[in-house]
Design a protein. Structure first.
Lengths: 371, 84
């Protein structure tokens, strides 16, 4: 696409041609960074809900003055012929798409300075057989997950909705990509946002400030595809094998997990996302003057994981209440099914209760189940 | 303010407490795709037909903007894409 931009730049400046984009990403500000990196400047409309109903990207169209598609996926010769042609004859028929309905209502609700995610999720909750509605509901859940209004279950709801959508139409690549963005490496067609660091470095080298991202890409969004599962060599030692650390019996930290499956057939791989959030009701917060968060996972029974021991560093502030996440991948044994997945694990963390409450070093055990 | 972290003694009674996390999503893998991207693209908006009306937020301003107003009676190259 940057190639297309360059090829048409002269014609754009001469007023002979117009370049417009429509992007289908969950996080549109990442496209703003991409445009800045590639030094492209043309109007772009944001369609995170895929209201246009595109089955895949990229799609490039030549459209004449009357709004009629002259060519899909044009080559250089098509572009030249398009520029050389005389004015279009006649008028286009009226466009056939309605710009209203649940998807547009949801878009209206989440747009602006005071987004109503609950309202958007509500208008998108309908017949399960409607794949588009299910996909859009997943988008709304993920939007809320990325906002200050996050519910711990939002990401899981999003993955479930996207998976339900894809079941209705396995040929919908946009729906499939939204799951793969967060899914296992064995299912990735490409790394989704590995270009971000390179883009920022080049932008800074030009003396510019990179566009700020509201949600940093991480984990699954940055990793590369793999053809064979890279299992851990199990060299790490358990941090609390004897169970000496006191349990977080109050639930000072809320722990949730989401299993993002491989999208094709019965492929035996999945990516597990663990989120740990200080409990608002107990005014809990991380104590950053202790060590960082440590998580141990154990798959057992022939299941494999790409790592067992994870550490998340503390922020510099003495206390903080951010959500901390870790991701790992699991692979089933021969003949195993994802439904049979059972990961045991525990998290160890320094946490404080209330503004002046006691700070403790605690353990929380968890199970992640595939069913 | 410096916070002091207390290292509690082992509490055997609490060690048997397993906190089971229930926030799991139960999902089934969808079948593999069967149609080629080329066929899907051709069927989506066919050559010779009008491009559909759209009214969506502008990436830079966030203001709802119609595609028609951007085309504005000019020849247009339209990219539907993602930055990944």
């Amino acid at each position: 696409m940057p190639g297309w931009y360059t090829k048409t730049l002269e014609s754009q400046r001469a007023g002979e041609i117009n370049v417009i984009g429509v992007i289908l990403e969950q996080h549109p500000d990442r496209c703003r960074l991409f445009m800045q990196w590639k030094q492209m400047d043309f109007p772009i409309l944001v369609d995170s809900f895929n209201l246009i109903g595109a089955p895949l990207v990229p799609l490039t169209y030549l459209i004449d003055e009357s709004g009629v598609v002259v060519k899909l996926w044009p080559g250089d010769e098509d572009l030249q012929a398009f520029l050389d042609a005389g004015p279009a004859n006649g008028e286009a028929e009226a466009p056939g798409y309605a710009t209203e309905g649940p998807g547009y209502e949801a878009l209206r609700l989440v747009s602006g300075e005071d987004p109503d995610y609950e309202g958007a999720i509500s208008v998108l909750t309908g017949e399960h057989s409607d794949g588009a509605l299910a996909f859009q509901r997943g988008v709304a859940y993920r939007m809320r997950y990325d906002s200050q209004e996050r519910h711990t279950t939002d990401f899981g709801e999003a993955v479930e909705a996207w998976s339900a959508a894809l079941e209705t139409d396995p040929n919908q690549y946009i729906w499939r990509r939204r799951i793969q963005q967060f899914g296992p490496r064995l299912d990735k067609p490409y790394p989704f946002y590995s270009w971000v660091d390179e883009a920022r470095a080049e932008i800074r080298a030009r003396g510019e400030t990179p566009v700020a991202l509201s949600v940093e890409p991480r984990g699954a969004e940055l990793t590369s595809p793999e053809r064979a599962f890279s299992a851990s060599q199990r060299s790490a030692e358990q941090p609390d094998a004897g169970g000496a650390i006191l349990a977080d019996s109050q639930g000072l930290i809320s722990l949730s997990s989401v299993v993002v499956p491989h999208t094709s057939g019965d492929a035996p791989a999945a990516r597990v996302h663990l989120s740990l959030m200080p409990n608002d009701d107990l005014r809990a917060h991380w104590n950053n003057e202790g060590g960082g968060l440590v998580v141990w996972v154990d798959t057992g029974d022939g299941w494999r994981t790409d790592a067992e021991l994870f550490e998340v560093a503390n922020l510099e502030a003495p206390v903080s209440d951010e959500t901390r996440t870790i991701e790992f991948e699991v692979h089933a044994p021969e003949g195993g099914r994802m439904d049979d997945l059972r990961v045991r694990g525990y998290a160890l963390y320094y946490v404080c209760e209330g503004a002046d409450g006691v700070c403790l070093y605690l353990r929380q055990d968890f199970n992640v189940l595939g069913k | 303010m410096v916070r002091r972290t207390e290292e509690p003694a082992i509490d055997r009674a609490l060690l048997i407490l397993m906190i089971v996390v229930a926030a799991l999503c139960v999902v089934r893998a969808a079948p593999a795709q069967t149609r080629s991207p080329r066929d899907l693209g051709r069927e989506f908006i066919a050559e010779g037909t009008a491009f559909p009306a759209l009214r969506l937020p502008d990436l830079r301003t966030g203001e709802m903007t119609s595609l028609e107003s951007l085309i504005d009676g000019r020849r247009t190259v339209l990219h539907v894409f993602a930055s990944w």
